[in-house]
Every structure is written in structure tokens, then in C-alpha cells.
Ligand binder design. Structure first.
Ligand code: GKR
Ligand code: MG
Length: 431
């Protein structure tokens, strides 16, 4: 039977999803975080779904991009990139790594475009898979594993958002010291069966975070541990932490900011360094690999431009003997499904991937994805294997519509200022 794969409609639904008060070096998560749900509809009435960042700067690009896709084929994945190049990026959105104070590296025009393209690529793959009766992993060449392992993503955390701030309650409690971090890790293992742990650091002075990782090592002997301060430390501090935790760390993630600093650290420690901050684009690979600055690159399919670019990154890493795994930001089940499909196809994936998903109590799917023994089973149903819950989507969109604009752009420093009016984004290195 011949299918008509022409895109006849693209629907964009910005939403706000509940987020607990998770701490990082820049501040604290807002009570709600923006995401964008993308739907592409084909002439045959098949709908594919994708998800990406929902802040204004992404919506600004997604809207004109969506208009350009009507009339094109969902199978024309390469065309997504050339079409995206036609969308103008406001120059005020383009920032360097240090200026942006962001947690995801430089913000070039291309990277902003790729972050948008990724959500559409996933939606097109979902639609194409449904049309052909094939799972997304089959469209990517086929899975090489039946389940993908994830790590418990531990955060320092307040029990609640600041008083008076409208929010959804969570049942995780506080974690602001080693005992709290170990307790959080226990809950993660009980609920999801994770066996490796990543602690988001850069929040407290390094000695306190070293103590937390030591406490984790004592509570979970032999389990892989990682610490990620998002580039908050100097080279000297990074080396000190590496020395003190070298016997228990699987890797240190972005201890210092930028490739030159990471290269200095890497040259003087045997602890592997991972990054989702200094290698976030293909253009950044050459310098980082030549300087041997990183031993593991954490792809985020959102800003790397999708699932096929993630496979290409994995191939480059394999060529240079650099490890590859996956980073995560706040995301929902559509993205977890997409991550799982692509991760299932990467032969050289030797580290558990990160996922924020357990922190998200809300989703836009009829059925949440589940972790069994810390793993997500790879779906074999056509497309991504997930189904959109339209009522939930409408509810979360209504929240976005009702917002006065303050939550439509993620701003961890602004959220911190609600509790501490004197808070300014710390300069780097912080310690
Ligand atoms: O959600 O606070 C957070 C994280 O710090 C996130 O924004 C980072 O992008 O998870 C990330 C990381 O590994 O750096
Ligand atoms: Mg990181």
C-alpha cells in the first residue's frame, strides 16, 4: 500500500511542567519548567510526536520552522537541517559559554537551530515509523540491546519551593548534606532499581560534596559514581577533588569550564573526565579531542540536533577512542523514549545514561515510561511507542497560557532570588 508521507499540519504546544526545587551551581529549578511538544501530521492522518526545550528563544525558531515543513515529506530528515538554516536567529540570543552562564555550553545560532530541529526530527521519525510499522530504533539501523541503562540523577534539594510560591508538592524530601544525598539515592534504588549514581554538584563547597560522594561510596560499595559541578571549579580544585575521590569515581563531569581548563585537569589526573558543556557541537570536537580534554562525551540529542546526529557523534567518539553516553535536562516521556531508541542503537555505549525523568511527576503520555532494574526496555511498537494524552497536554498548555511570562524561560538564578534576594549567578570558577 502506498503511503502519503506529506506533512499537512504541524502543531506546536508549549507547556509548563512541575519541577522540584533541585539545586545547581546557578540557583534552583523553578516550580515549573517550559517544554515544547511538537506534532507532525501526515496526509494519511498519522501523527508523530517530538519534544524539545520550550523557552521563548526556541519557540521563536520553532514557529517559522514549522510553517516551512508543511508540504514536505516526513521521511526527508536531511531536509530538516537545510530548512532550519533558512530560519533567522536573533543575534541577541547568541552567547558564549561564560556569558550565558548556562549549563549546556555555548549558545550559537546553529546550536539553537539544532535544538529545535531535534524535536521535529523525533516527531518525523515517530510518524515515519508508524507509517511503516517499524520502531524508531529500526529506522536508525536497529537496536543492539533490548534495554538501556540509566543512572540515578541525584540533586541537592530543598524539601519545598520557597514559601508562597505556587507549585506542586513532591515526596522526595530535602537533601542538603551527605545523609540526605544517601537517603535520596536509596529512594532512587527502591523506586527504580538504579545501580549507578550521578550527583549534581557545584552547589556546596567542594569538601562537602566530596563528603557526600564518600558517603555514597560507603552506602553503595562498588557502584559507579559521578560528580558534576557544571564547571564551577578551578583547575586546582578539580585536581584536588579528583585526587580525593579518584578511587570511587567512574568519571568527573565538567569539573572546570571550557576545553583548555578541562585539558589541564585531564593532563594531571587519571580520573576520566566527561562533558556535556565543552563538547556540545561538532565544531568543538577537534580541539577537545586533540588536547585530550575529555574521555567521555555526553550527547544530549536535543542540542546535538537529534537522534541521527547522536549516532554520528558516537561514531566520531568511537574513531578517537573517546567514550560516549547521554546527558539529560528536565524532560518528559517523549524525550526519554527518543533517548532510549537511539541509545539502543549505539554499540559503544558503555556508561549508564542520565535522565531527569524520575523528577518529573507530570507527563503528556497516556502511560509513563518505567525503569526496571535501572533500565528502560526498548519499545518495539511502531514509531516511538508512546501515546499522547491530549487532556494532560491541554492542561499543561493551559498552565503555560495562564503564566504571566515569568516561568516561560528557565531561570535558575531568578528562582533562587525568591529565597535569597541577594543571589547573583556565581562567577566561574566559583571554588
Ligand atoms: O537540571 O540543574 C539541572 C542540570 O544542571 C542541567 O541543567 C544540566 O544541563 O543535567 C545537566 C548536566 O549534566 O550538566
Ligand atoms: Mg553535566
Amino acid at each position: 500500500m502506498t503511503r502519503d508521507l506529506t506533512i499537512t499540519e504541524v502543531r506546536l504546544t508549549p507547556i509548563l511542567v512541575a519541577d522540584p526545587p533541585l539545586l545547581n551551581t546557578q540557583g534552583v529549578h523553578q516550580p515549573y519548567t517550559p517544554r515544547l511538544v511538537i506534532e507532525v501530521v501526515t496526509a494519511d492522518g498519522i501523527t508523530g510526536v517530538g519534544e524539545t526545550y520550550g523557552d521563548t528563544k526556541y519557540l521563536e525558531l520553532a514557529r517559522p520552522f514549522a510553517d516551512k515543513l508543511v508540504g514536505r515529506q516526513v521521511s526527508d530528515l536531511n531536509g530538516l537541517f537545510t530548512t532550519a538554516d533558512e530560519v533567522a536567529v536573533d543575534s541577541s540570543r547568541v552567547l558564549g559559554q561564560v556569558d550565558v552562564g548556562g549549563l549546556r555550553g555555548v549558545q550559537t545560532a546553529d546550536k539553537l537551530r539544532l535544538s529545535v530541529v531535534s524535536g521535529f526530527e523525533v516527531a518525523c521519525l515517530d510518524a515515519l515509523g508508524k507509517a511503516l510499522g517499524l520502531p524508531v530504533h529500526a529506522l536508525l539501523g536497529g537496536k543492539v540491546r533490548d534495554a538501556v541503562e540509566y543512572s540515578a540523577y541525584l540533586f541537592y534539594k530543598w524539601a519545598d519551593h520557597p514559601e508562597g510560591v505556587p507549585c506542586e508538592k513532591d515526596d522526595w524530601g530535602a537533601a542538603v548534606d551527605p545523609a540526605g544525598v544517601v537517603e535520596q539515592a536509596r529512594v532512587f534504588t527502591e523506586r527504580y532499581g538504579f545501580t549507578s549514581f550521578k550527583l549534581k554538584g557545584g552547589v556546596f563547597p567542594p569538601e562537602e560534596e566530596i563528603a557526600a560522594v564518600r558517603a555514597l561510596a560507603a552506602a553503595f560499595p562498588g557502584h559507579p559514581l559521578r560528580l558534576d559541578p557544571n564547571g564551577a571549579w578551578s583547575v586546582a580544585t578539580s585536581l584536588k577533588v579528583a585526587e580525593e575521590l579518584g578511587d570511587v569515581l567512574e568519571y568527573l563531569e565538567d569539573p572546570a569550564l571550557g576545553t583548555p581548563a578541562m585539558a589541564e585537569v585531564a593532563a594531571r589526573t587519571g580520573v576520566p573526565l566527561a562533558t556535556n558543556m565543552c563538547v556540545t557541537t561538532f565544531a568543538e570536537i577537534k580541539e577537545a579531542f586533540t588536547k585530550n580534554a575529555v574521555q567521555v562525551v555526553l550527547s544530549d540529542h536535543h542540542y546535538w540536533g537529534g537522534l541521527r546526529n547522536t549516532q554520528q557523534l558516537a561514531a566520531v567518539c568511537r574513531t578517537f577512542g573517546v567514550g560516549v553516553s547521554m546527558h539529560s535536562n528536565t524532560h518528559l516521556g517523549i524525550s526519554l523514549a527518543a533517548m532510549t531508541h537511539v541509545a539502543s542503537t549505539v554499540p559503544n555505549l558503555h556508561h549508564a545514561c542520565d535522565s531527569h525523568y524520575p523528577w518529573q511527576s507530570e507527563d503528556v503520555l497516556t502511560e509513563r515510561l518505567t525503569f526496571d532494574g535501572g533500565k528502560v526496555a526498548v519499545f518495539d511498537a511502531p514509531g516511538l511507542g508512546v501515546e499522547l494524552d491530549r487532556d494532560r497536554l491541554a492542561f499543561l498548555h493551559r498552565r503555560w497560557l495562564d503564566d504571566d511570562g515569568t516561568l516561560r524561560d528557565r531561570d535558575d538564578a531568578a528562582a533562587m532570588r525568591v529565597a535569597d534576594p541577594a543571589w547573583v549567578t556565581p562567577s566561574v570558577p566559583r571554588w
